[in-house]
Design a protein around this ligand. Structure first.
Ligand SMILES: [Zn+2]
Length: 294
């Protein structure tokens, strides 16, 4: 059961520094909304559809154009194939000191009642999170970062977290041991509560990430913050199951959103200001963890 975190509990130690504030203020509702439109312009992003591959390659082209080292990661689901997009930006710290920070979202959508090619705009679930990864990629493209940043858009999430399971299974021991934070965004664009709110869902292994995100929320937004240590049903679980410090960031009371996995999950249902608040929080926490400057 999610618990509301009182503002006072998180406000004793502020993250704020001019670097953090400067980059947070570059998060733009205009470019975010454009990315949402571009992603939902595909009739579906079902993991096994050609439209999914189109959306994945469009996203890969954007990461590459921003200067990220970008690759496709094949994902087998039973006898079928989908893919992840992975984009890396190296930090400037000496290699043996460099930690690794992840920002991830699933790119695929689903129409639960239909087939592979049934309409599945997936605006909230999860164009909202995938566009968030693209926006954070844009904001951090020119920043100088001490630690390494890795952005991943996963396929096969709606079939059972396949993209993230395979990604985590294929991690090298060296990368596995230097991961300090994984931020997952899944459904960040709907207002289901009277006041805008966010749920931070993690586990004991990710308590420090929850703390950093809660601090960032209170420093950079008016979001109410709920916390849960019962992770389920999105890609952060694949990391947590491997002992890695992942947290899901998701709109508050997401269970009240009854349009997920239906053709009704359209842009019309989104409240972009909620997503922007969550993106400001995530950007602040990621920038602080990366040791970034503009
Ligand atoms: Zn989702």
């Amino acid at each position: 059961m999610p618990v509301l975190l009182p503002r006072s509990e998180a406000s004793s130690r502020r993250l704020a520094g001019t670097e953090v504030t400067g980059l947070v203020n570059e998060v733009s509702a205009d470019t975010y909304r454009q990315a949402l439109e571009d992603l939902t312009a595909h009739p579906t992003r079902h993991s096994f559809s050609s439209a999914y591959r189109d959306a994945a390659r469009m996203s890969a082209d954007r990461f590459a154009a921003l200067g990220y080292a970008t690759r496709e990661e094949p994902v087998a689901v039973g006898g079928r194939k989908t893919l992840n997009i992975v984009a890396d930006k190296p930090g400037t710290a000496p290699e043996d000191e460099r930690r690794l920070v992840y920002v991830v979202a699933h790119l695929d959508s689903i129409n639960q009642a239909g087939g592979v090619n049934a309409p599945a705009p997936g605006a909230d679930d999860n164009a909202s999170g995938a566009a968030g990864v693209l926006e954070i990629a844009r904001v951090l493209a020119a920043a100088v970062i001490r630690h390494d940043l890795r952005l991943v858009l996963f396929g096969g999430e709606e079939q059972g977290l396949h993209g993230s399971r395979i990604h985590v299974a294929d991690l090298s021991d060296a990368d596995r041991s230097r991961i300090i934070m994984i931020v997952n965004m899944d459904m960040i664009g709907r207002l289901n509560t009277a006041a805008p709110s966010v749920l931070l869902e993690g586990a004991t292994v990710s308590q420090h990430v929850i703390d950093a995100l809660a601090q960032a929320a209170h420093d950079t937004s008016d979001l109410e913050v709920f916390v849960s240590l019962e992770p389920f049903a999105s890609d952060h679980v694949s990391f947590i199951d491997a002992g890695l410090p992942a947290v899901l960031t998701i709109e508050g009371e997401d269970q009240l959103n009854t349009d997920e996995h239906t053709p009704r999950d359209t842009l019309a249902g989104l409240e972009v200001s909620v997503a922007i608040s969550i993106l400001r929080m995530n950007t602040a926490a990621v920038v602080a963890m990366l040791g970034a400057s503009a």
